[in-house]
Design a protein around this ligand. Structure first.
Ligand code: HEM
Length: 342
């Protein structure tokens, strides 16, 4: 569990920054300054450990209906990275979370028994690996993955703010500004957004597709027909009750984005290949300590050094349980920054 103390509202954040003895100049993005930071972790898992961990992720995460949430956790951890050098996949969310992270406390708790069983893996590697395993074993591409993400050790390592994760109300220009600052181009932005083929949004009480536990191109097929959707509070719904966020709709409002939406709607393999590349890039942002050997993320395949490119795993949704609409819902637009220790 993650006992969390609410220390500051976002409006107080400049105070936190300005008075922290480890921090230098005050800027939009904080930089890595903890005295305890030591990004020298090298994973020591054996091939058998990886095999067993994959089976445990399948049983405890995917079959329990938490696969989409695990993908979201991996993305939110890595997605805080900026070209300015801050953020990145260091499990900083154990100490601080922002409004966009709503619901991820529960996902982190799902990961705890796995971390206890495999203490030699960092939280950051565990979360990243779980996301990759879910993608590959929900019918998606066999994304390439390798370990050595060091964990933040306290609240001052790789901190982030609400500015470092996207907002569901954003338009195309806002999405571009955000993702360009992390080194992604338009094609990669659209491919990554295809992660919304999995799961759903509690406040809209619905998934994006009728197959929320299967990684496929249904999101783009649906998005390619925006006229089928009407605005509801917080987003859009079609007549089957499937949802889109304003930030999803932005992908068909901008012609540069829209050409890739059309491509992926027609060509699932192109989506899988592009998603695999962009996901690997995302998962390795800002890793400075040197990455380890590739680990095959497919359940039932070799434990290490066996990454096989980005083709479809062909394993369908065999690892998935039934989709559980989840709670708690978003609490409006409250901007809380929660800081605590586990
Ligand atoms: C482009 C900007 C993005 C925005 C604005 C956005 C926004 C959101 C929002 C508001 C939710 C609902 C969260 C909740 O309250 O539970 C969500 C869920 C989700 N997001 Fe994103 N997202 C973005 C990009 C991505 C990317 C790049 C990925 C992965 C590659 C991703 C994967 C997911 C998944 C899998 C869920 C479902 C989680 C579940 O069902 O538990 N999102 N996203």
């Amino acid at each position: 569990m993650f006992p969390t103390v609410i220390l500051a509202l976002l409006t107080l954040q400049p105070f936190v920054v300005a008075t922290c003895p480890f921090l230098g100049s005050v800027g939009t993005h904080l930089t890595r300054r903890s005295e305890n930071w030591s990004p020298t972790y090298q994973n020591t898992m054996t091939s058998a450990d990886w095999q067993n961990l994959k089976l445990d992720i399948q049983a405890q995460v995917m079959q329990a209906g938490h696969g989409p949430a695990a993908v979201r956790l991996a993305w939110h951890d890595a997605g805080t990275y900026t070209l300015a050098g801050s953020g990145g996949p260091h499990a900083q969310k154990r100490f601080i979370s922002v409004v966009q992270d709503t619901g991820l406390d529960a996902t982190m708790s799902v990961m705890e028994p796995l971390k206890s069983k495999y203490p030699q893996i960092s939280y950051a590697d565990l979360w990243s690996f779980a996301g990759a395993v879910v993608v590959a074993n929900s019918g998606g591409p066999s994304v390439k993955w390798r370990p050595n993400r060091a964990d933040a050790v306290d609240v001052f390592d790789e901190p982030f703010t609400t500015n470092d994760l996207p907002d569901f109300t954003w338009n195309a220009a806002q999405l571009k500004r955000f993702f360009y600052a992390k080194g992604f181009n338009d094609r990669e932005i659209v491919a990554l957004s295809g992660g919304h083929c999995l799961g759903g949004v509690p406040q809209l009480n619905a998934p994006w597709t009728s197959t929320p536990l299967e990684f496929n191109n249904a999101y783009f097929v649906l998005l390619n027909n925006p006229d089928q959707y009407t605005a509801v509070d917080g987003g859009y719904k079609n007549r089957d009750g499937l949802i889109m966020l304003a930030s999803d709709m932005a992908l068909v409002e901008d012609e540069t984005f829209a050409q890739f939406v059309r491509l992926y709607a027609q060509d699932e393999e192109a989506f899988f290949n592009d998603f695999a590349s962009a996901w690997e890039k995302l998962s390795e942002l800002g890793i400075t300590g040197g990455l380890g050997q590739y680990v095959d993320v497919r359940v039932g395949s070799g434990g290490s050094s066996g990454a096989s490119g980005s083709g479809s795993s062909g394993s369908g949704s065999s690892g998935s349980g039934s989709y559980q609409p989840y709670s708690p819902p978003h609490h409006g637009r409250v901007k809380a920054v929660r800081i605590g220790r586990n």
